[in-house]
Design a protein around this ligand. Sequence first.
Ligand SMILES: *Cc1c(COP(=O)(O)O)cnc(C)c1O
Length: 467
Amino acid sequence: MSADSQTLYSQLPSVDTLLRDETFQPLLENYGAQLVTQTLRRLQQQARDSIRVQQQLPAWCENWALAVDHQLSLSQKDALQQVFNLTGTVLHTNLGRALLAEQAIDASVMAMRHSVTLEYDLDGAGRGHRDRAIADRLCELTGAEDACIVNNNAAAVLLMLAALASHKQVIVSRGELVEIGGAFRIPDVMLQAGCELTEVGTTNRTHLKDYRQAINENTALLMKVHTSNYAIQGFTSAVEEAELVTLGRETGVPVITDLGSGSLIDMAAYGLPAEPMPQKLIADGVDLVSFSGDKLLGGPQAGIIVGKRALIEQLQNHPLKRALRCGKMTLAALDATLQLYQQPEKLAQALPTLRHMTRTEAEIHACAERLLPPLQQRFAKQFNVSITPCQSQIGSGSLPVDRLPSIAITLMPHSGKGGELEALSQQCRALSRPVIGRISEGKLWLDLRCLEDEKGLLHALLQELRP
Ligand SMILES: *Cc1c(COP(=O)(O)O)cnc(C)c1O
């Protein structure tokens, strides 16, 4: 070892000395002795490595407390960070889909804090499973006989298939062999559920006779899948549920529908593109309908199955139900969300998802006008900041073709350099509350449809962003 290195090693303070130093007292109070000591040991090792390899101390050795604080604040970041969703996608799967109503949040918090009647009847009637009370509400809302609630809609589809069609044939149109976000593909789910998939018709046209011809003694289900993230246009034909139900009745084969999103309200009444409603399919006689809790419904992640009592009972009694069931926080939030649907007048205000979808262009424009002057002042040197019309989408496999006219603040580098744009977008994502927009046509687009905390956004972009 060189004399120089030896001098450097001797300059490293001991862990005990540092822990006694007054600069460490706030850290000890904040993070506790174990975590601080662990971090300190790791940093000391880094310092020793630096001496060994480069014969020098790292710069941060000048202030050990600051270095530890920096390390800890990086590693103590929550796994789920709050962000501004300015992507223009209201139900963004990667950003957690629906934002819940305050009533649902309160209900969920209550269930976390207190013991609740999850599977307990106060009247001693012994009604059984944890879905009971919510199932009753779902029946009221959809006209179904009974309901079953699981972890998400993918689980709902798996459970329906496994419980009703294992080792049996399920008939699906070739136009409806959907893939939702990579991992969920109808043929793969069939395989997992042990079903034999029989494809009928063609990609663009399927007729009732196609289903009829495929039915045999091993057929367990006729299945419809809502093509929620694509549309087949042009020379097309599909068999509606009502028609399929007639065939199902005739042949004694139940009809099930994976609706994907499914809206309990008539979206058209809110000026939005129409989406199929579970209650309509139940009225058409479909035996089971499944849909998501956190798509258009605007509730927690859940899979909801409504339909015939005898079939729901088979789902409830299947061993997979136990593996796929929801926890109390989810059930509390779902019930509170469904209660809002029983007071439809309040829905558009109470449900953030619906509130964001129904926000008018004029409202969003007014918001953009409030934001523009301070943002222009802050970014004008480097970027052309403007108010630009854009198109939001609902997302999460809801209404794939339809767009909602919206307004964005766009930032375009005067230099026209993509690198500057990427750097800005990167800085926005590095904020303590990251701002997530999207880059297209040489601009960073901040779609304001889902922005409610204008002050918070301005604070992030004006105070926090490095110039
Ligand atoms: C979204 C969707 C699913 C999956 O639902 P999750 O709630 O994401 O599990 C399944 N089928 C269809 C048609 C969908 O749109």
